[in-house]
Design a protein around this ligand. Structure first.
Ligand SMILES: NC(=O)c1ccc[n+]([C@@H]2O[C@H](COP(=O)([O-])OP(=O)(O)OC[C@H]3O[C@@H](n4cnc5c(N)ncnc54)[C@H](OP(=O)(O)O)[C@@H]3O)[C@@H](O)[C@H]2O)c1
Length: 273
């Protein structure tokens, strides 16, 4: 994909954080957008903001859909794509985060995170497969660096993102013969409403662990993601330091564990129960 001009791009989670930042940049580069999130008012506001910034001629369609609802994805995402006149790329960016000691978090919390971070990607991707096959398009799944390693306090999140990495690896080899390219993005922590909410309650161990890679600004993640998409890379880890850390996680796990264990020990408080 040389450029995004005129491309019809559906972004789940397009009303906030990374999804919104990608939508804004892609609108600037002339893409036609289909934005998906649960809150319709936020979608309307974001549409107005992007059109105000990049001209009222920008084509933006929206669908208020919960991606964990398989039937709603089948119905509403196909209507969305019909309004867009087709689809060239699906960016699965919708996600949630819950932090805490794994022995204290409820089983329901694990299920909620899996329902959106894993099954949400499955539902949206399967709903739009026929349309993507027609366009010989691509699917970009936003996982996390937490899909490549364990992170203190992120048991449900890491479980969901590791599962998403496995799903994406498999989608890549199953969909390539069908002419659909699949790409995986594993960003480090970046500033977003998700992290703002997390900062209000996260454990000190989680904060210390995640910040062994300094927090990135969302524009760095957008640049790295779009560059990787254009290049056709399968695994995209935006940010130079995060990329180097990801190599350490995969090839030198003993060194990575040694560093992380020391960082955690320096702030350790532990669970209350
Ligand atoms: N922020 C980070 O540090 C970080 C690091 C690595 C990876 N990531 C990943 O990057 C993605 C975006 O994160 P972010 O920080 O930008 O999050 P964010 O600001 O909280 O935005 C999340 C977006 O997803 C939508 N969403 C959530 N649940 C949904 C559902 N069930 N159905 C449809 N849409 C849903 C939200 O809208 P509604 O609430 O209206 O549905 C919102 O538009 C996530 O997959 C996250 O795991 C984030």
């Amino acid at each position: 994909m040389r450029d995004f001009s005129g491309r019809r791009i559906v972004i789940t989670g397009g009303s906030s954080g990374l999804g919104l930042a990608l939508a804004t940049e892609l609108a600037q580069q002339g893409a036609h957008l289909g934005l998906v999130a649960r809150n319709s008012q936020n979608l309307d506001q974001v549409t107005r903001d992007i059109k105000q910034k990049h001209g009222s001629g920008t084509l933006i369609e929206t669908a208020a859909v919960d991606v964990s609802d398989e039937a709603a994805c089948q119905r509403e995402l196909n209507l969305l794509v019909a309004r867009l006149g087709g689809i060239d790329m699906l960016i699965n960016c919708a996600g949630i985060l819950r932090e805490g000691h794994f022995q204290e978090l409820s089983t329901q919390t694990f299920r909620d995170v899996m329902d959106i971070n894993l099954f949400g990607v499955l539902n949206a991707s399967r709903a739009l497969l026929p349309a993507l096959r027609t366009s010989q398009g691509r699917i970009v799944n936003i996982a996390s660096i937490g899909g490549l390693t364990g992170v203190f306090g992120y048991a449900p999140y890491c479980a969901s993102k590791h599962a998403l990495v496995g799903l994406t690896e498999t989608m890549r080899c199953e969909l390539k013969p069908q002419g659909i390219r699949v790409q995986l993005v594993c960003p480090p922590e970046f500033d977003s409403p998700m992290v703002e909410a997390l900062d209000k309650y996260r454990t000190p161990e989680n904060k210390a662990h995640t910040l062994t890679i300094p927090k990135h600004d969302v524009q760095t993640i957008v640049r790295g993601t779009l560059k990787g998409i254009k290049r056709g890379s399968f695994l995209i880890v935006p940010g130079t330091m995060a990329w180097m850390a990801s190599l350490g996680m995969r090839h030198f796990p003993r060194i990575q564990h040694w560093v992380v264990d020391r960082v955690i020990a320096s702030v350790y408080k532990g669970p209350q129960k």
